[in-house]
Design a protein around this ligand. Structure first.
Ligand SMILES: [Zn+2]
Length: 657
């Protein structure tokens, strides 16, 4: 009994866990630095994103078990200090299981699994199984070691075998993880699986090393200084581990989206890449794509001018108006209505956030704001041409935040009448109808907050098929009824032209994200766009277009002549205008461009360059940049300041060769 307890103790007190930890740490740092240099020099050793290209580099296979081994050694050391006695054995099991426990929930945090009603039982069961696996593996190893002859050679052989088992135990689940979870950030999940299984394997290695100590020797407890050193080594290893996860574009994105705290390290790591790239490669400066100033519009004074109604719904997703979508039952009336008018099915907002989108929507300029001269604003141009300009822009947020949007609101977006009360679509549309009774031509802008959080406006009766738990859907149904009845009243008149759109989209759990302003995926930048009124044809236009061309289009719909080179949206079949500009969107950390079926996203925060084939991959899951290097380069060539920041443009080094 005494002997057994001593043996058990000797198993836990590794010969020199600190030394092992530091050696592993050094190796990892060298690997990490080497990796960063290799990627900046264009030698990519690791995986690419996308299920077909999934493969782990030999480096990664070696580095991860090393890291995990070091973490385990560190944990053993710390516990030797903190929890002496029998309780240590349980505590060690727990700590060995910790990386596993921390990883498993993340493994299941992908969007589709997160939406499953079984996700909690599934996660709990996996957690329990993982814990039991660690405990059992450790006990089996201890038992096996006790039966072994004491000769050093035999122990070394056993150690080598254990290493092989560990590598196999890591590679197989990593492959499975990539197959099973392939649509959920394969690299990231694969790396997590590696860490999880590697921790069990490394526990085995550490125990072999520990057992090499003469049986019966008194366990030596480490000093606080050693513990502090090991802590520092552990932290460095942690940073290196995240760095490895952040090596792939998808890994970076996923860390930022799903692990905000850990993700804080990503920009720093990327900044190093970007700085090295900036120093070593010439920058590509593509041509800009600019519109024609709205003041170039010429109205024929002899012709009567129709009223113009612009309806922007804050945070209404583009796919809400698409047949077959989960929100389709909530927009039945608007979808039917759209079919009678011009529906642009691939309209892109200039930005994923109101602050950038609204000024763009009223000027056609990419980076308009309170400093932009008045003359660029649609209401100013219309007032100069005899219109009255009234806006009701519902304010759903704190007006005390001092940003450019606040300043623009103070200027009333250069409208003559400007209301801000937080009110429902019903109130706003009634007010608009009042205005439209006037004789003089009116430009009425309604900006609705009915489907924007905090969802505090009155809600209409529930609608069949649209009774989802997510507040967003039922709110949309309310809006559907009110707007359909409002637009029906506009349809009955021959003196109104109108547009219905949104300032940006909204993530509703897509990729595990809620809200907007955080990414340039379709759910945040694609918006509904319907044009209607006197003289407007009915058509469905599937080509990607930008809302930046809406103000010029509204002028043309109202009868103004614009220079042919002014890009605008197609609202009548015989149009001589330059087609809409490329659908470029930007946020505060990147920009994107969509042309035909391809969409390129640059994220200078995550340090990613992603190309999606929207025809075959509507959910933007598979980065096909490596498979289409020429197209990626071509799309990149369409991006330029002011849409894209200098930081985004520096991502040119990520273009596949
Ligand atoms: Zn908004």
């Amino acid at each position: 009994m005494v002997l057994e307890a001593t043996r058990e103790a000797s198993v836990h007190d590794a010969t020199s866990p600190l030394r092992i930890g530091l050696a592993f740490g050094l190796a990892t740092l060298v690997l990490g630095v080497g990796d960063y240099l290799s990627i900046t020099m264009g030698i990519d050793w690791t995986t690419d994103v996308g299920p077909q290209a999934f493969r782990f580099s030999p480096r990664m296979l070696v580095a991860l078990p090393l890291i995990v081994g070091a973490l385990t050694a560190f944990a053993t050391l710390l516990l030797g200090k903190l929890a002496p006695g029998r309780s240590r054995s349980v505590a060690i099991d727990s700590v060995l299981a910790l990386p596993l426990l921390a990883c498993i929930p993340a493994l299941f945090s992908g969007a589709s699994i997160a939406a499953s009603p079984l996700r909690w039982p599934l996660m709990l069961a996996t957690l329990a199984a993982a814990f039991v696996a660690v405990v059992v593996v450790r006990r089996l190893c201890v038992a096996a070691l006790r039966r072994m002859p004491a000769a050093d050679k035999a122990r070394q052989t056993a150690g080598a075998l254990a290493l092989l088992v560990a590598i196999a135990g890591v590679a197989v689940p990593a492959y499975l993880s990539a197959r099973i979870l392939r649509n959920l950030y394969p690299t990231f999940h694969g790396a997590l699986a590696l860490v999880a299984l590697g921790s069990a394997a490394a526990a085995l290695l550490v125990m072999l090393a520990a057992n090499a100590k003469p049986v019966g020797a008194a366990p030596r407890l480490p000093s606080m200084r050693r513990a502090a050193g090991a802590l520092a080594a552990g932290l460095a290893l942690w940073a290196a581990l995240i760095g490895l996860c952040a090596r792939s574009a998808t890994g970076r994105n996923t860390l930022l989206e799903h692990a905000p705290f850990t993700g804080t390290i990503v920009p720093a790591m990327f900044a190093i890449d970007a700085a090295v790239a900036a120093a070593s490669s010439p920058q590509i400066v593509p041509p800009t794509s600019a519109g024609v100033p709205l003041s170039h519009a010429r109205f024929d004074p002899r012709k009567p001018k129709p009223h113009i109604v612009l309806i922007t719904v804050d945070a209404l997703r583009g796919d809400a108006m698409r047949d077959g979508n989960r929100y389709a039952p909530c927009t039945t009336q608007l979808r039917a209505l759209a079919k009678r008018h011009v529906e642009l099915t691939h309209a892109y907002a200039p930005s994923n956030a109101t602050i950038f989108a609204l000024p763009g929507l009223l000027t056609g300029l990419a980076r308009a704001g309170s400093e932009t001269p008045r003359a660029f604003y649609l209401p100013v141009v219309l007032v100069e041409n005899g219109y009255e300009a009234e806006a009701w822009v519902t304010q759903h947020d704190l007006t005390t935040i001092d940003n450019d949007l606040t300043r623009l609101r103070k200027l009333g977006f250069h409208f003559k009448t400007y209301k801000t009360a937080y009110a429902s679509a019903e109130d706003l549309t009634a007010w608009a109808l009042d205005n439209l009774r006037r004789e003089d031509p009116q430009f009425v802008w309604l900006h609705l907050s009915d489907v924007h959080s905090p969802y505090a406006l009155p809600r209409g009766p529930s609608v069949d098929g649209c009774t989802m738990a997510d507040e967003y859907g039922p709110r949309m149904a309310t809006l559907d009824a009110v707007l359909a009845s409002f637009i029906a009243k506009l349809e009955a008149r021959s003196d109104v032209v109108w547009a219905l759109t949104a300032d940006h989209g909204e993530s509703r759990g897509d990729r595990g994200v809620y809200g907007h302003g955080s990414s340039l995926f379709d759910e945040q930048v694609r918006v509904p766009l319907v044009l209607g009124g006197s003289g407007v044809d009915s058509a469905v236009i599937d080509a990607p277009v930008t809302l930046l061309d809406l103000p010029a289009t509204l002028l043309e719909m109202a009868g103004a002549a614009l220079p042919d080179e002014a890009p605008r949206l197609r609202w009548r079949r015989a149009s001589t205008a330059a087609p809409s500009r490329h659908a470029i969107s930007f946020g505060d950390k990147g920009c994107s461009v969509t042309r035909d079926n391809l969409k390129l996203i640059l994220d200078d925060h995550a340090g990613t360059l992603l190309l999606f084939d929207l025809a075959n991959d509507r959910d933007e899951q598979n980065n096909v940049a490596a498979a289409h290097p020429a197209e990626a380069k071509e799309l990149f060539g369409l991006l330029a300041p002011p849409f894209c920041s200098e930081a985004s443009m520096r991502l040119s080094w990520l273009l596949p060769q």
